[in-house]
Ligand binder design. Structure first.
Ligand code: PXL
Length: 298
């Protein structure tokens, strides 16, 4: 009996050792202070159990939303060199996720990565606008280039502002219905991606969530929580990191939306008592145990 138990334990251990870990590269800036981009994506996806390979596109002292006089070091020239080295080593990836890219040249380099690593599921968060406005560093030409990159992605994750900019449509801040969001999602997949997820959807003032459309299946899924009327920087990056991790782990889109929306809401709630001091980002770290449980439980 004892030896049977022992061999089961050994077998279980072997099983754990031989399960292939999912590997994702994530391409975005490293804002050293401010809780966004890589400082959010890397810990979140690591906690979810993925092997995360970060590609910093630039190093900034802080993010650009609310701070002044930040430092900025462009790392663009390293991108082709990193790709060439990885290819020479025969490295392959289950996923590539992208966030804030900053320049049109950088978008072109990311498109090269998409060509060089055809095996990877590509998840693009456009990150160039919110609340009806472009971020200060960007213009319509940038939005157009991001739309082209979205056409090469498997999953895109725009907010409503980015979605309408990419489609050349008027931003509708409120008062829309499900038919409008479904139409928007269908037009987004018309850019060329397989699945479009739109975030920050509010059909009524009491709820907020995300809606996804899979073009091949012609199917929609959605997940909503209570609306929390406060705005923190970096919540989009938190959402996309959790969504990308869940997708690469093989979760259904319904589960991925639930995991990502719940985690974002919990991170916002954890930050609310400290809203004055912590305006620059959410305390996503304190909610990682709940995220890990959510991943393991679905
Ligand atoms: O969270 C998006 C983001 C990422 N990185 C930098 C930013 C922003 C948004 O403004 O400025 C540098």
């Amino acid at each position: 009996m004892l030896s049977l138990c022992y061999s089961l334990i050994i077998q279980n251990r072997t099983e754990v050792r031989t399960v292939k870990q999912k590997r994702i590269m994530t391409i975005q800036d490293l804002s050293c202070f401010g809780k966004c981009s890589l400082t959010v994506a890397h810990p979140i996806m690591s906690a979810m159990g993925l092997e995360v390979c970060p590609i910093p596109t630039a190093i900034l002292s802080t993010h650009t939303a609310g701070f002044q006089n930040w430092t900025f070091r462009d790392l663009a020239e390293d991108l082709p060199r990193i790709a060439a080295h990885w290819k020479s080593q025969g490295l392959t990836f289950d996923g590539i996720s992208t966030g804030y890219l900053g320049t049109e040249a950088m978008i072109g380099m990311v498109a090269d990565y998409f060509r060089l690593f055809p095996e990877a599921v590509k998840i693009v968060d456009p990150v160039f606008a919110d609340n009806g406005k472009l971020y200060p560093a960007f213009d319509e030409a940038y939005a157009k280039r991001v739309a082209e990159l979205c056409g090469r992605a498997d999953v895109i994750v725009p907010n409503l502002t980015e979605a309408t900019f990419m489609l050349g449509e008027e931003y509708v801040p409120e008062g829309y219905d499900e038919a409008y969001i479904h139409g928007l999602l269908r037009r987004l997949t018309g850019l060329g991606c397989k699945t479009a997820v739109v975030t920050g959807v509010k059909y009524d003032p009491a709820h907020q969530g995300a809606v996804a459309y899979d073009a091949a299946k012609d199917a929609y899924v959605q997940y909503f929580r209570e609306n929390i009327d406060v705005s923190f920087h970096g919540t989009g990056d938190v959402f996309t990191s959790a969504l990308a991790g869940a997708v690469i782990l093989g979760k259904s889109m319904q589960d991925a939306l639930r995991i990502a929306v719940d985690y974002t809401v919990e991170s916002i709630k954890a930050t609310m008592p400290d809203v004055e001091d912590h305006w620059y980002g959410v305390k996503f770290e304190t909610c990682l145990p709940g995220l890990i449980q959510a991943v393991q439980g679905s």
